[in-house]
Design a protein around this ligand. Structure first.
Ligand SMILES: Cc1cc2nc3c(=O)[nH]c(=O)nc-3n(C[C@H](O)[C@H](O)[C@H](O)COP(=O)(O)OP(=O)(O)OC[C@H]3O[C@@H](n4cnc5c(N)ncnc54)[C@H](O)[C@@H]3O)c2cc1C
Length: 492
């Protein structure tokens, strides 16, 4: 079949679904994206509330560096991203420690002099990994062609690629131990805080190669996105439409119609039925299970439904406060205790001069902390009062840690709105509000885009390489490659 005759439905207009849809549409495939909400972006959306434009989840633009996944995608699709490089990625605060994370590590090495060799090694590994992730990454391997693809990439970057091997089966903590850094609690906490937001787990469990690239984000560069992070999704949706596709909002897919191992089409909550040759689902495997008549639990390698959600505060804050704080993004970590659950916060203020994000003299601020969803849904079962009480408890604890590090914060706050795993479930259709993708503990046993249905594929942060804008764009390339390969093989 010629590509213009290939019809593809994408369920969900998150960055993963939109990137896959845009790449296919650019190649001439007939693409229709069905999005349940009235706006695109999912976890990386920007929404309006009370005169503010808040970033819902993601706030830090990454992967836009030359050759990075977003840069490459933009060049291919003719998108001029509305981004500007941030001079400072974020500021880390723990007790009296203040560290600016930027393209240079000088200040970090000055504070932790024994870490020089570790950072040198991390930079070398990250350089190789970024070059690997610039195209579709044939991982996890599904067939001889992928094996050849990986072998080709490895050979092309010899001898560098051989350097990756010893790290593939190591945890980040073992890597730190190798550099005798594991016994410095402040350094481990600093590393753990970064890994939790980028790899969804801490050094005890994170894979060393995942850690190497996660720790590279401030060096590779971070970007502010004018109008909020949701502008990335909007540009991708426009690209699909420019290339003859459609992005339809308010279209929640409620059912997949299938015969044996083939999906024929989808039904939506407003009573529509659409047929397609191929379907791409920008959903978590757990959310899939919620669609009538479809049980991905049939898939033998479905991971258990565990993971992180997020508790959020959306704040209106006096603009001058952040001038004094010295950074627009702050990572604040409690003196002791496991990270997450209000003991580690990521705080992001809308940039100065980004008109329309907040009333005059204020900034729209997003604060997030990792939280396990179970407690929230148990509270909901107990009734509204129990849920509201938990929400208040988390609000108070979050504000208390903010106050500890930023004593004048209270006086600068103009409005407070909280959101919970239940909110995330409502906003993104993700079962239990599981956001952030899987914990990056191993390179083996990760999920790829294929399903047991020959024309149904996954994309988004549940598939390798996982969460973040660059992560889901890299995963989307892999999904697109498999769709086209399958279309050719089966002559759809
Ligand atoms: C609090 C938080 C902070 C983060 N910070 C950053 C950051 O600073 N930088 C960064 O790069 N990444 C960050 N991330 C990660 C990043 O946002 C995500 O990895 C990425 O946006 C996920 O995209 P996705 O395509 O997998 O899916 P999603 O964003 O979940 O999109 C899925 C879409 O599918 C739609 N949908 C679901 N079910 C249906 C259905 N049945 N029918 C139709 N549509 C449906 C949803 O409405 C949604 O729009 C953060 C995430 C969170 C939660």
């Amino acid at each position: 079949m010629d590509l213009p005759e290939l019809h593809c439905i994408v369920i969900g207009a998150g960055i993963g679904g939109l990137a896959a849809g845009a790449l296919l549409a650019r190649q001439g495939v007939q693409v229709v994206v069905l999005e349940a909400q009235s706006y695109p972006g999912g976890c990386a959306a920007t929404f309006s509330s009370g005169g503010y434009r808040f970033d819902a989840g993601a706030t830090v633009g990454c992967g836009f560096h030359p050759g990075g996944p977003l840069d490459k995608l933009g060049r291919e699709l003719g998108i001029d991203w509305p981004v500007r490089r941030e001079p400072l990625a974020w500021q880390y605060r723990h007790r009296d420690l203040r560290l600016d994370l930027a393209s240079s590590r000088e200040n970090i090495i000055a504070r932790f002099p024994r870490s020089q060799a570790f950072w040198d090694e991390q930079s070398r590994l990250a350089r190789i990994l970024w070059s690997f992730s610039a195209g579709a990454l044939p991982w996890p391997i599904s067939g001889g062609r992928d094996l050849l693809g990986i072998a080709g990439k490895a050979l092309a970057s010899l001898p560098d690629s051989v350097r990756l091997l010893p790290f593939a089966g190591r945890t980040a903590l073992e890597w730190l131990r190798h550099h005798r850094l594991h016994d410095d609690p402040d350094f481990v906490r600093f590393i753990d805080a970064q890994l939790l937001i980028s790899a969804q787990t801490t050094s005890r469990h994170a894979n060393a190669l995942n850690a190497a690239i996660a720790l590279d984000l401030p060096v590779a560069g971070t970007w502010r996105v004018d109008g909020g992070i949701g502008a990335v999704a909007r540009r991708l949706a426009e690209s699909i439409e420019r290339d003859g596709g459609a992005v339809l909002y308010g279209k929640k897919v409620t059912r997949l119609d299938s015969i044996r191992r083939e999906v024929l089409g989808v039904e939506t909550s407003d009573g529509d039925a659409l047929a397609a040759d191929a379907i791409i689902a920008n959903l978590t495997p757990e959310s899939f299970a919620l669609l009538d008549d479809f049980r991905p639990a049939d898939e033998p390698d479905a991971p258990p439904a565990s993971g992180w959600s997020a508790f959020m505060l959306y704040l209106g804050v006096d603009a001058s406060f952040f001038d004094r704080a010295g950074a627009d993004h702050l990572q604040i970590v409690a003196p002791t205790g496991e990270l997450g659950e209000c003991r580690s916060l990521f705080v992001s203020a809308s940039p100065v001069g980004d008109a329309g994000r907040a009333p005059d003299g204020q900034r729209a601020v997003t604060v997030s902390t990792h939280t396990k969803p179970e407690r929230w849904f148990k509270a909901l079962q107990q009734g509204r009062a129990a849920y509201e009480a938990l929400k208040q408890e988390y609000t108070d604890r979050t504000l208390a840690l903010l106050r500890e590090q930023l004593p004048e914060f209270d006086g600068a706050i103009r409005s407070v709105t909280a959101a919970t795993p239940h909110s995330w479930e409502q906003w993104t259709g993700r079962h239990r509000g599981l956001v952030g993708g899987y914990a990056q503990t191993s390179l083996f046993g990760v999920r790829g885009p294929a399903t047991k249905y020959k024309n149904l594929f996954l994309t988004g942060d549940s598939i390798f390489p996982g969460q973040s804008l660059p992560g889901v764009v890299t995963g989307a390339r892999r999904t697109v490659e498999l769709v086209l390969r399958r279309a050719k093989k089966l002559r759809w």
